[in-house]
Design a protein around this ligand. Structure first.
Ligand SMILES: *Cc1c(COP(=O)(O)O)cnc(C)c1O
Length: 418
Protein backbone atom coordinates (compact mmCIF):
# COMPACT_ATOMS: atom_id res chain seq x y z
CA UNK A 1 0.00 0.00 0.00
CA UNK A 2 1.39 3.40 -0.93
CA UNK A 3 2.06 5.92 1.74
CA UNK A 4 -1.09 7.75 2.57
CA UNK A 5 -3.06 5.33 0.39
CA UNK A 6 -6.20 3.76 1.69
CA UNK A 7 -7.24 0.15 1.26
CA UNK A 8 -10.38 0.02 -0.84
CA UNK A 9 -13.30 -1.60 0.89
CA UNK A 10 -16.23 -1.64 -1.46
CA UNK A 11 -18.87 -4.07 -0.34
CA UNK A 12 -21.45 -5.59 -2.62
CA UNK A 13 -24.84 -7.21 -2.22
CA UNK A 14 -24.27 -10.80 -1.05
CA UNK A 15 -27.75 -11.77 -2.18
CA UNK A 16 -26.62 -11.57 -5.79
CA UNK A 17 -24.27 -14.50 -5.25
CA UNK A 18 -27.11 -16.91 -4.57
CA UNK A 19 -28.80 -17.03 -7.90
CA UNK A 20 -25.88 -16.83 -10.27
CA UNK A 21 -23.97 -20.03 -9.66
CA UNK A 22 -26.94 -22.27 -10.14
CA UNK A 23 -28.33 -20.57 -13.19
CA UNK A 24 -28.54 -22.28 -16.51
CA UNK A 25 -26.47 -19.61 -18.23
CA UNK A 26 -23.64 -19.89 -15.72
CA UNK A 27 -23.40 -23.64 -16.05
CA UNK A 28 -23.61 -23.59 -19.84
CA UNK A 29 -20.76 -21.11 -19.91
CA UNK A 30 -18.58 -23.44 -17.87
CA UNK A 31 -19.47 -26.33 -20.18
CA UNK A 32 -18.58 -24.29 -23.25
CA UNK A 33 -15.22 -23.29 -21.82
CA UNK A 34 -14.52 -26.97 -21.24
CA UNK A 35 -15.08 -28.17 -24.82
CA UNK A 36 -12.40 -29.98 -26.80
CA UNK A 37 -10.94 -27.35 -29.14
CA UNK A 38 -9.47 -30.06 -31.38
CA UNK A 39 -12.86 -31.51 -32.23
CA UNK A 40 -13.56 -30.25 -35.73
CA UNK A 41 -17.22 -31.21 -35.71
CA UNK A 42 -19.74 -28.44 -35.07
CA UNK A 43 -20.90 -27.95 -31.49
CA UNK A 44 -24.49 -29.12 -31.06
CA UNK A 45 -26.26 -26.86 -28.55
CA UNK A 46 -29.07 -28.86 -26.95
CA UNK A 47 -28.68 -27.01 -23.69
CA UNK A 48 -30.45 -23.69 -23.99
CA UNK A 49 -33.60 -22.64 -25.73
CA UNK A 50 -32.96 -19.91 -28.28
CA UNK A 51 -33.83 -21.16 -31.76
CA UNK A 52 -33.48 -17.72 -33.37
CA UNK A 53 -29.98 -18.37 -34.88
CA UNK A 54 -31.31 -21.26 -37.02
CA UNK A 55 -32.61 -20.25 -40.44
CA UNK A 56 -35.56 -22.63 -40.24
CA UNK A 57 -36.73 -20.80 -37.10
CA UNK A 58 -36.38 -17.31 -38.56
CA UNK A 59 -39.18 -15.04 -37.41
CA UNK A 60 -41.88 -13.81 -39.77
CA UNK A 61 -41.30 -10.78 -42.03
CA UNK A 62 -44.32 -9.29 -40.23
CA UNK A 63 -41.99 -8.53 -37.31
CA UNK A 64 -39.48 -6.77 -39.60
CA UNK A 65 -42.27 -4.78 -41.29
CA UNK A 66 -43.81 -3.76 -37.97
CA UNK A 67 -40.44 -2.59 -36.63
CA UNK A 68 -39.70 -0.65 -39.81
CA UNK A 69 -43.07 1.04 -39.72
CA UNK A 70 -42.62 1.93 -36.05
CA UNK A 71 -39.19 3.44 -36.70
CA UNK A 72 -40.28 5.39 -39.75
CA UNK A 73 -43.36 6.81 -38.03
CA UNK A 74 -41.05 8.70 -35.62
CA UNK A 75 -43.87 8.33 -33.07
CA UNK A 76 -41.93 6.21 -30.62
CA UNK A 77 -38.92 8.27 -29.67
CA UNK A 78 -40.38 9.47 -26.38
CA UNK A 79 -40.35 7.86 -22.96
CA UNK A 80 -43.17 5.32 -22.75
CA UNK A 81 -45.49 5.40 -19.69
CA UNK A 82 -44.32 2.96 -16.96
CA UNK A 83 -47.05 0.42 -17.72
CA UNK A 84 -46.46 0.62 -21.48
CA UNK A 85 -48.06 2.55 -24.29
CA UNK A 86 -51.86 2.14 -24.38
CA UNK A 87 -52.06 0.82 -27.97
CA UNK A 88 -49.63 -1.98 -27.13
CA UNK A 89 -51.42 -2.82 -23.87
CA UNK A 90 -54.74 -2.91 -25.68
CA UNK A 91 -53.39 -5.20 -28.39
CA UNK A 92 -52.24 -7.71 -25.77
CA UNK A 93 -55.60 -7.51 -23.99
CA UNK A 94 -57.36 -8.28 -27.27
CA UNK A 95 -54.89 -10.98 -28.24
CA UNK A 96 -55.29 -12.87 -24.93
CA UNK A 97 -59.06 -12.31 -24.71
CA UNK A 98 -59.53 -14.43 -27.82
CA UNK A 99 -58.88 -17.53 -25.66
CA UNK A 100 -60.89 -16.41 -22.61
CA UNK A 101 -64.58 -16.49 -21.70
CA UNK A 102 -64.48 -12.72 -20.93
CA UNK A 103 -62.65 -9.64 -22.13
CA UNK A 104 -59.47 -8.27 -20.62
CA UNK A 105 -59.07 -4.50 -20.61
CA UNK A 106 -56.10 -2.30 -21.43
CA UNK A 107 -55.76 -1.62 -17.69
CA UNK A 108 -55.19 -5.31 -16.94
CA UNK A 109 -51.99 -5.38 -19.00
CA UNK A 110 -48.49 -4.23 -17.99
CA UNK A 111 -45.64 -4.38 -20.48
CA UNK A 112 -42.31 -5.80 -19.36
CA UNK A 113 -38.89 -6.40 -20.76
CA UNK A 114 -39.53 -10.03 -21.70
CA UNK A 115 -41.22 -12.58 -19.52
CA UNK A 116 -38.19 -12.53 -17.23
CA UNK A 117 -38.94 -9.00 -16.07
CA UNK A 118 -42.57 -10.01 -15.52
CA UNK A 119 -41.25 -12.72 -13.17
CA UNK A 120 -39.07 -10.15 -11.42
CA UNK A 121 -41.95 -7.72 -10.98
CA UNK A 122 -44.48 -10.18 -9.66
CA UNK A 123 -42.00 -11.66 -7.15
CA UNK A 124 -40.97 -8.18 -6.01
CA UNK A 125 -44.61 -7.22 -5.54
CA UNK A 126 -45.60 -10.37 -3.63
CA UNK A 127 -42.49 -10.56 -1.44
CA UNK A 128 -43.98 -9.67 1.93
CA UNK A 129 -41.86 -10.31 5.02
CA UNK A 130 -41.99 -13.95 6.12
CA UNK A 131 -43.67 -15.02 2.90
CA UNK A 132 -43.12 -18.22 0.94
CA UNK A 133 -43.82 -19.15 -2.67
CA UNK A 134 -44.69 -22.51 -4.25
CA UNK A 135 -42.51 -23.32 -7.26
CA UNK A 136 -42.53 -26.46 -9.45
CA UNK A 137 -39.67 -28.93 -9.40
CA UNK A 138 -38.25 -29.28 -11.97
CA UNK A 139 -38.83 -25.69 -12.94
CA UNK A 140 -37.41 -22.49 -14.35
CA UNK A 141 -34.60 -21.32 -12.04
CA UNK A 142 -35.32 -17.61 -12.49
CA UNK A 143 -38.30 -18.01 -10.13
CA UNK A 144 -36.04 -19.40 -7.43
CA UNK A 145 -33.41 -16.70 -7.97
CA UNK A 146 -35.96 -13.87 -7.77
CA UNK A 147 -37.67 -15.35 -4.72
CA UNK A 148 -34.39 -15.78 -2.85
CA UNK A 149 -33.30 -12.29 -3.80
CA UNK A 150 -36.45 -10.87 -2.22
CA UNK A 151 -36.30 -13.04 0.91
CA UNK A 152 -39.22 -15.19 -0.11
CA UNK A 153 -38.85 -18.74 1.11
CA UNK A 154 -38.98 -21.19 -1.80
CA UNK A 155 -41.12 -24.31 -1.33
CA UNK A 156 -40.95 -26.81 -4.17
CA UNK A 157 -43.77 -29.11 -5.20
CA UNK A 158 -43.07 -32.04 -7.50
CA UNK A 159 -44.19 -32.45 -11.07
CA UNK A 160 -44.93 -36.14 -11.57
CA UNK A 161 -43.27 -37.75 -14.63
CA UNK A 162 -45.51 -40.83 -14.45
CA UNK A 163 -48.56 -38.53 -14.67
CA UNK A 164 -47.43 -36.49 -17.69
CA UNK A 165 -45.63 -34.10 -15.33
CA UNK A 166 -48.84 -33.01 -13.62
CA UNK A 167 -48.66 -31.01 -10.41
CA UNK A 168 -48.63 -33.10 -7.23
CA UNK A 169 -51.70 -31.33 -5.89
CA UNK A 170 -51.61 -33.10 -2.50
CA UNK A 171 -48.05 -31.89 -2.01
CA UNK A 172 -49.16 -28.34 -2.79
CA UNK A 173 -51.84 -28.53 -0.08
CA UNK A 174 -49.30 -29.85 2.40
CA UNK A 175 -46.69 -27.18 1.60
CA UNK A 176 -48.89 -24.11 1.77
CA UNK A 177 -49.63 -22.14 4.92
CA UNK A 178 -50.97 -18.70 5.85
CA UNK A 179 -47.73 -17.08 4.63
CA UNK A 180 -47.86 -18.53 1.14
CA UNK A 181 -48.03 -15.71 -1.41
CA UNK A 182 -48.61 -17.62 -4.69
CA UNK A 183 -48.17 -20.80 -6.69
CA UNK A 184 -46.26 -20.85 -10.00
CA UNK A 185 -47.53 -22.97 -12.92
CA UNK A 186 -45.56 -23.18 -16.16
CA UNK A 187 -47.72 -24.43 -19.02
CA UNK A 188 -46.72 -25.48 -21.67
CA UNK A 189 -43.79 -26.46 -19.52
CA UNK A 190 -40.11 -25.77 -19.48
CA UNK A 191 -38.29 -28.10 -18.81
CA UNK A 192 -40.77 -30.98 -19.09
CA UNK A 193 -42.68 -30.23 -22.29
CA UNK A 194 -45.94 -30.83 -20.41
CA UNK A 195 -49.25 -29.47 -21.68
CA UNK A 196 -51.91 -29.64 -18.99
CA UNK A 197 -55.52 -30.57 -19.61
CA UNK A 198 -58.45 -28.30 -18.79
CA UNK A 199 -59.35 -30.67 -15.93
CA UNK A 200 -55.90 -30.58 -14.38
CA UNK A 201 -55.66 -26.79 -14.56
CA UNK A 202 -59.09 -26.52 -12.99
CA UNK A 203 -57.94 -28.77 -10.16
CA UNK A 204 -54.91 -26.50 -9.63
CA UNK A 205 -57.16 -23.41 -9.65
CA UNK A 206 -59.53 -24.96 -7.12
CA UNK A 207 -56.61 -25.94 -4.89
CA UNK A 208 -55.27 -22.37 -5.02
CA UNK A 209 -58.73 -21.05 -4.18
CA UNK A 210 -58.95 -23.35 -1.15
CA UNK A 211 -55.55 -22.08 -0.03
CA UNK A 212 -56.48 -18.47 -0.78
CA UNK A 213 -53.47 -17.81 -3.01
CA UNK A 214 -53.22 -16.39 -6.53
CA UNK A 215 -51.73 -18.36 -9.43
CA UNK A 216 -48.73 -17.09 -11.38
CA UNK A 217 -49.29 -18.64 -14.81
CA UNK A 218 -46.14 -18.62 -16.93
CA UNK A 219 -47.48 -18.99 -20.46
CA UNK A 220 -44.41 -17.95 -22.38
CA UNK A 221 -44.91 -21.10 -24.55
CA UNK A 222 -48.62 -20.49 -25.09
CA UNK A 223 -49.93 -22.21 -28.23
CA UNK A 224 -46.61 -23.96 -28.86
CA UNK A 225 -48.27 -27.38 -28.62
CA UNK A 226 -47.99 -30.33 -30.98
CA UNK A 227 -49.35 -33.31 -29.03
CA UNK A 228 -52.89 -34.38 -28.18
CA UNK A 229 -53.57 -31.70 -25.55
CA UNK A 230 -54.43 -28.20 -26.80
CA UNK A 231 -53.16 -25.15 -24.91
CA UNK A 232 -55.61 -23.94 -22.26
CA UNK A 233 -54.79 -20.57 -20.65
CA UNK A 234 -54.99 -20.52 -16.86
CA UNK A 235 -56.98 -17.30 -17.22
CA UNK A 236 -59.98 -19.46 -18.13
CA UNK A 237 -60.21 -20.10 -14.37
CA UNK A 238 -59.86 -16.44 -13.44
CA UNK A 239 -63.34 -16.40 -11.94
CA UNK A 240 -62.24 -19.08 -9.44
CA UNK A 241 -58.91 -17.58 -8.40
CA UNK A 242 -56.93 -14.45 -9.37
CA UNK A 243 -54.34 -15.18 -12.05
CA UNK A 244 -51.17 -13.31 -12.97
CA UNK A 245 -50.52 -14.35 -16.54
CA UNK A 246 -46.93 -13.91 -17.70
CA UNK A 247 -45.95 -14.08 -21.35
CA UNK A 248 -43.87 -12.62 -24.14
CA UNK A 249 -43.27 -12.65 -27.86
CA UNK A 250 -39.85 -14.28 -27.28
CA UNK A 251 -40.79 -17.91 -27.86
CA UNK A 252 -43.84 -17.98 -30.08
CA UNK A 253 -42.45 -15.37 -32.46
CA UNK A 254 -38.84 -16.51 -31.91
CA UNK A 255 -37.56 -13.02 -31.12
CA UNK A 256 -36.15 -13.31 -27.58
CA UNK A 257 -33.77 -10.44 -28.35
CA UNK A 258 -36.61 -7.93 -28.73
CA UNK A 259 -37.35 -8.22 -24.99
CA UNK A 260 -41.06 -7.68 -25.01
CA UNK A 261 -43.26 -9.41 -22.47
CA UNK A 262 -46.26 -8.82 -20.24
CA UNK A 263 -47.77 -9.26 -16.84
CA UNK A 264 -51.54 -9.51 -17.10
CA UNK A 265 -54.07 -9.55 -14.30
CA UNK A 266 -56.88 -11.98 -14.99
CA UNK A 267 -59.38 -11.34 -12.26
CA UNK A 268 -62.92 -11.02 -13.63
CA UNK A 269 -64.43 -11.62 -10.17
CA UNK A 270 -62.46 -8.71 -8.72
CA UNK A 271 -60.76 -10.68 -5.92
CA UNK A 272 -57.85 -8.23 -6.03
CA UNK A 273 -60.04 -5.13 -5.96
CA UNK A 274 -59.67 -4.45 -2.27
CA UNK A 275 -55.99 -5.34 -2.11
CA UNK A 276 -52.93 -3.20 -2.75
CA UNK A 277 -51.57 -5.51 -5.44
CA UNK A 278 -52.41 -3.47 -8.51
CA UNK A 279 -51.07 -0.28 -7.03
CA UNK A 280 -47.90 -2.10 -5.95
CA UNK A 281 -47.40 -3.38 -9.50
CA UNK A 282 -47.65 0.21 -10.71
CA UNK A 283 -45.18 1.36 -8.04
CA UNK A 284 -42.79 -1.38 -9.02
CA UNK A 285 -43.02 -0.39 -12.70
CA UNK A 286 -42.27 3.19 -11.69
CA UNK A 287 -39.03 1.99 -10.17
CA UNK A 288 -37.81 -0.04 -13.16
CA UNK A 289 -37.51 0.64 -16.85
CA UNK A 290 -39.89 -0.27 -19.67
CA UNK A 291 -39.24 -2.16 -22.90
CA UNK A 292 -37.94 0.06 -25.73
CA UNK A 293 -40.72 2.26 -27.06
CA UNK A 294 -40.05 1.25 -30.69
CA UNK A 295 -40.80 -2.38 -29.84
CA UNK A 296 -43.95 -1.36 -27.99
CA UNK A 297 -44.97 0.65 -31.02
CA UNK A 298 -44.49 -2.34 -33.31
CA UNK A 299 -46.38 -4.76 -31.07
CA UNK A 300 -49.98 -4.21 -32.27
CA UNK A 301 -48.97 -4.95 -35.86
CA UNK A 302 -46.99 -8.02 -34.82
CA UNK A 303 -49.92 -9.46 -32.87
CA UNK A 304 -52.56 -8.58 -35.44
CA UNK A 305 -50.78 -9.36 -38.69
CA UNK A 306 -48.87 -12.58 -38.06
CA UNK A 307 -50.41 -15.29 -40.21
CA UNK A 308 -51.42 -18.72 -38.94
CA UNK A 309 -49.07 -20.39 -41.42
CA UNK A 310 -46.03 -18.96 -39.64
CA UNK A 311 -47.12 -20.60 -36.35
CA UNK A 312 -48.12 -23.80 -38.13
CA UNK A 313 -44.70 -24.09 -39.69
CA UNK A 314 -42.93 -23.64 -36.34
CA UNK A 315 -45.20 -26.18 -34.69
CA UNK A 316 -44.64 -28.66 -37.48
CA UNK A 317 -40.86 -28.27 -37.06
CA UNK A 318 -41.14 -28.82 -33.31
CA UNK A 319 -43.32 -31.88 -33.83
CA UNK A 320 -40.78 -33.39 -36.24
CA UNK A 321 -38.02 -32.56 -33.77
CA UNK A 322 -39.82 -34.41 -30.97
CA UNK A 323 -40.32 -37.42 -33.23
CA UNK A 324 -36.58 -37.46 -33.97
CA UNK A 325 -35.84 -37.31 -30.23
CA UNK A 326 -38.25 -40.14 -29.59
CA UNK A 327 -36.76 -42.40 -32.27
CA UNK A 328 -33.14 -41.74 -31.32
CA UNK A 329 -33.62 -41.90 -27.56
CA UNK A 330 -35.43 -45.24 -27.88
CA UNK A 331 -32.12 -46.72 -29.01
CA UNK A 332 -30.11 -45.41 -26.05
CA UNK A 333 -30.27 -47.89 -23.18
CA UNK A 334 -29.21 -45.60 -20.34
CA UNK A 335 -31.75 -42.83 -20.95
CA UNK A 336 -35.54 -42.97 -21.03
CA UNK A 337 -38.04 -40.50 -22.38
CA UNK A 338 -41.38 -40.65 -20.70
CA UNK A 339 -43.81 -39.20 -21.40
CA UNK A 340 -43.47 -37.78 -24.91
CA UNK A 341 -43.62 -33.95 -24.66
CA UNK A 342 -46.62 -32.16 -26.12
CA UNK A 343 -45.40 -28.56 -26.08
CA UNK A 344 -42.65 -25.99 -25.47
CA UNK A 345 -39.11 -26.61 -26.75
CA UNK A 346 -37.76 -28.94 -24.07
CA UNK A 347 -37.96 -32.46 -22.78
CA UNK A 348 -36.59 -34.30 -19.77
CA UNK A 349 -35.02 -37.76 -19.96
CA UNK A 350 -34.07 -40.00 -17.07
CA UNK A 351 -30.48 -41.12 -16.86
CA UNK A 352 -29.70 -44.58 -15.51
CA UNK A 353 -26.07 -44.32 -14.37
CA UNK A 354 -26.08 -47.97 -13.21
CA UNK A 355 -25.75 -48.96 -16.87
CA UNK A 356 -22.67 -46.76 -17.33
CA UNK A 357 -19.08 -47.63 -16.51
CA UNK A 358 -17.46 -44.40 -15.40
CA UNK A 359 -20.20 -41.77 -15.13
CA UNK A 360 -21.22 -40.85 -11.64
CA UNK A 361 -24.21 -38.57 -12.25
CA UNK A 362 -25.96 -36.17 -14.64
CA UNK A 363 -23.36 -33.44 -14.12
CA UNK A 364 -20.51 -35.85 -14.91
CA UNK A 365 -22.47 -37.14 -17.94
CA UNK A 366 -22.97 -33.65 -19.38
CA UNK A 367 -19.36 -32.54 -18.88
CA UNK A 368 -17.94 -35.73 -20.44
CA UNK A 369 -20.46 -35.59 -23.30
CA UNK A 370 -19.46 -32.01 -24.03
CA UNK A 371 -15.76 -32.84 -23.94
CA UNK A 372 -15.93 -36.01 -26.03
CA UNK A 373 -18.74 -35.27 -28.48
CA UNK A 374 -19.14 -31.47 -28.48
CA UNK A 375 -22.80 -31.90 -27.59
CA UNK A 376 -24.25 -29.70 -24.86
CA UNK A 377 -27.20 -30.85 -22.78
CA UNK A 378 -28.31 -29.51 -19.42
CA UNK A 379 -27.91 -31.58 -16.24
CA UNK A 380 -31.22 -31.95 -14.40
CA UNK A 381 -29.47 -31.10 -11.13
CA UNK A 382 -29.62 -27.37 -11.97
CA UNK A 383 -33.38 -27.71 -12.28
CA UNK A 384 -33.75 -29.65 -9.06
CA UNK A 385 -33.82 -33.17 -10.54
CA UNK A 386 -30.61 -35.15 -10.27
CA UNK A 387 -29.89 -37.82 -12.85
CA UNK A 388 -32.21 -36.35 -15.39
CA UNK A 389 -31.16 -34.38 -18.47
CA UNK A 390 -32.92 -31.53 -20.20
CA UNK A 391 -32.71 -31.59 -23.97
CA UNK A 392 -33.70 -28.60 -26.11
CA UNK A 393 -35.11 -29.73 -29.43
CA UNK A 394 -35.70 -26.35 -31.04
CA UNK A 395 -32.72 -26.52 -33.38
CA UNK A 396 -32.49 -27.48 -37.04
CA UNK A 397 -33.48 -31.10 -37.53
CA UNK A 398 -30.21 -32.31 -39.07
CA UNK A 399 -28.15 -30.97 -36.15
CA UNK A 400 -30.61 -32.42 -33.66
CA UNK A 401 -30.24 -35.86 -35.22
CA UNK A 402 -26.47 -35.50 -35.34
CA UNK A 403 -26.36 -34.47 -31.66
CA UNK A 404 -28.52 -37.37 -30.53
CA UNK A 405 -26.49 -39.84 -32.55
CA UNK A 406 -23.29 -38.58 -30.98
CA UNK A 407 -24.97 -38.99 -27.61
CA UNK A 408 -25.83 -42.59 -28.56
CA UNK A 409 -22.18 -43.32 -29.46
CA UNK A 410 -21.07 -41.74 -26.20
CA UNK A 411 -23.46 -43.90 -24.18
CA UNK A 412 -22.37 -47.08 -25.99
CA UNK A 413 -18.73 -46.26 -25.38
CA UNK A 414 -19.34 -45.77 -21.69
CA UNK A 415 -21.73 -48.68 -21.23
CA UNK A 416 -20.90 -51.25 -18.56
CA UNK A 417 -19.77 -54.52 -20.08
CA UNK A 418 -22.40 -57.19 -19.50
C1 LIG B 1 -37.70 -18.39 -21.75
C2 LIG B 1 -38.56 -18.39 -20.55
C3 LIG B 1 -38.88 -17.20 -19.90
C4 LIG B 1 -38.26 -15.87 -20.27
O1 LIG B 1 -38.82 -15.34 -21.40
P1 LIG B 1 -38.27 -13.96 -22.03
O2 LIG B 1 -39.44 -13.39 -22.72
O3 LIG B 1 -37.16 -14.33 -22.96
O4 LIG B 1 -37.80 -13.10 -20.92
C5 LIG B 1 -39.75 -17.25 -18.81
N1 LIG B 1 -40.26 -18.42 -18.39
C6 LIG B 1 -39.95 -19.60 -18.97
C7 LIG B 1 -40.55 -20.86 -18.45
C8 LIG B 1 -39.07 -19.62 -20.07
O5 LIG B 1 -38.74 -20.80 -20.62
Amino acid sequence: MEKGGKKWIIRGNDKLKVGTENTIRGLLEVMHSNLNVNDERPIIPLGHGDPSPFTCFRTTHIVDDALNTAIQSAKFNSYPPPAGIPTARRSIAEHLSRDLPYKLSTEDVFLTSGCRQAIEIITTVLACPGGNILIPKPGYPHYDACAVFHNLEVRHFDLLPEKAWEVDVDAVEALADENTVAIVIINPGNPCGNVYTYEHLKKVAETAKRLGIPVIADEVYSHLTFGSNPFVPMGVFGSIVPIFTLGSISKRWIVPGLRLGWLVITDPSGFLKDTEIVSLIKQCLNMTTSPACIIQGALPQILENTKEDFFENIISLLRQAVDICYEEIKEIACITLLPKPGGSMFLMVKLNTVLLEDISDDMDFCFKLAKEESVIVLPGAVLGLENWLRITFSIDLASLKDGLQRMKMFCRRHAKQQ
